[in-house]
Design a protein around this ligand. Structure first.
Ligand code: LLP
Length: 427
């Protein structure tokens, strides 16, 4: 283990999450299994509140859409960044007030616009074209859309190319130089009320400099909007703060992010004579390290490579396959044993790319052992699939010495949900 993880402790050769033995969790609930520490989740949210006491924090629901986890975020005062009507309905269910929800998206349908308008939530408008479509829908419904504009600030976040979102070539947002003019157009449209600006430059960002660069660009644009007579009531700087997945890659904390962006936001707002509400949209840095994913060892194979085959593959944790991401692996029932072997950890999926971890130093393993993949709470379960006929795993919440299921394991009936065999084929 590494880093300050108050909720993960080794006791008598077992990995504990809070005061619960993860070996027992695997026995009781089966594997694969996602296990979340409530304590850590609350700590992470509170770290944002203390770093940014005056900002609104909208949890990025795409990182983790579990109802209990969202309910805890709501209790701790978070709003929500939603990217679909589905995510919107989930956050309404856990009691996040409409005033603290932003409906994002670069490809919203007329139906999405209507749902957001009827729910009375703000939207982030991604293009000039979307603005015109939204205005028509708002007028037809006799409603007014409060909107932010998603800006493409053209900032390199120095992260994996698939999760950089604010580059000139990214699909998201309106090119910075077109924003003020689009804002002016919005001011003239019936059914539209532009109230601010939004950006999100990427994810798993380990350096605060790109956030500062983006904040400066956003304030430049705010200045251009103000010059055209526009009102800037909200500035949303998105999410993106990285976490320490690898022992050698430390990550900044929310306090470091605050130090990098707050002076820019505050000084430049003052210079412009505006008092916008700052919004942040963290996902990963709230939830990633709250959760471990437990996988059971099915096979240990000595071939050209030493393989450990577990019951979790990229169907359960897609990140290593998609982004070559590193998740630290701990053998939970041999947590203190010396790491004498080198293994590549693979899953049960019928694809060569189904590799969860390469060349890891672990204790000698055998069938029946259990591995924990750390930092699996963000984009873990939320990107899980049923590929290869694999029902999705259960999720458990741990608090103190208690554990409870917060999403039950799917059984094979989930694979059939919604399907039918056509009557004409029933001969
Ligand atoms: N706001 C917007 C508009 C976003 O698109 C995202 C993430 C966030 C906030 C939250 O970013 P975070 O604080 O979590 O970095 N599946 C990838 C990450 C995709 C991120 C998509 N957008 C992964 O597993 O690394």
């Amino acid at each position: 283990m590494f880093g300050p993880k108050s909720h993960l402790i080794i006791r008598s050769n077992h990995l504990f999450i809070e005061d619960v033995d993860s070996v027992l969790l695997a026995q009781q609930y089966g594997t694969p299994l996602y296990v979340t520490s409530e304590k850590r989740l609350r700590e992470n949210i509170r770290a944002y509140h203390s770093a940014f006491p005056n900002a609104d924090k909208y949890f990025a629901v795409k990182a983790n859409g579990n109802l209990t986890i969202l309910r805890i975020a709501a209790q701790e005062g978070m709003g929500a960044d939603v990217f679909s009507a589905g995510e919107l309905s989930v956050v309404r269910m856990v009691g996040i007030p409409r005033d603290k929800i932003l409906f994002n998206g670069n490809s919203k349908s007329e139906n999405d616009h209507a749902i957001a308008l009827q729910a009375g939530v703000r939207m982030s408008v991604d293009s000039r074209e979307e603005l015109e479509h939204l205005a028509r829908t708002a007028q037809a419904l006799g409603l007014e859309a409060e909107i932010l504009f998603r800006v493409n600030p053209d900032v390199s976040p120095k992260t994996h190319p698939k999760i950089a979102t604010g580059l000139r070539s990214s699909k998201f947002g309106i090119p910075a130089e077109q924003v003020a003019e689009t804002y002016e157009r919005a001011m003239s449209l019936i059914g539209i009320k532009p109230v601010g600006l939004h950006c999100h430059i990427g994810s798993q960002i380990l350096d605060t400099a790109p956030f500062a660069e983006a904040a400066n660009k956003m304030m430049d644009i705010a200045g251009a909007v103000v010059e055209k007579g526009g009102e800037i009531k909200r500035i949303d700087l998105g999410g993106g703060l990285g976490i320490q997945y690898h022992p050698d890659s430390p990550a900044p904390e929310p306090a470091d992010l605050a130090e990098a962006v707050l002076p820019i936001f505050q000084d430049r707002s003052r210079d412009l004579g505006i008092t916008p509400q700052l919004i942040l949209e963290p996902g990963r840095s709230i939830v990633a390290d709250t959760t471990i994913m437990l996988a059971g060892v099915n096979e240990v194979k000595r071939a050209h490579v030493n393989f450990v085959a577990t019951d979790a593959g990229f169907n359960v944790l897609a990140r290593p396959m998609l982004y070559d991401s590193y998740h630290h692996v701990v053998a939970v029932n041999r947590a203190d044993a010396s790491a004498k072997e080198t293994y590549t950890v693979v899953g049960p999926i019928c694809e060569t790319g189904d590799v969860l971890a390469r060349d890891r130093h672990l204790p000698p393993l055998e069938r029946g052992d259990v591995l924990a993949f750390l930092d699996a709470g963000a984009y873990g379960f939320s990107m899980a699939s049923q590929y290869n006929g694999q029902p999705r795993p259960a999720e458990v919440l741990v608090y103190g010495d208690e554990a409870e299921v917060i999403r039950r394991r799917e059984d094979s009936s989930a694979l059939l949900a919604g399907q039918r065999i056509l009557p004409k084929l029933m001969w």
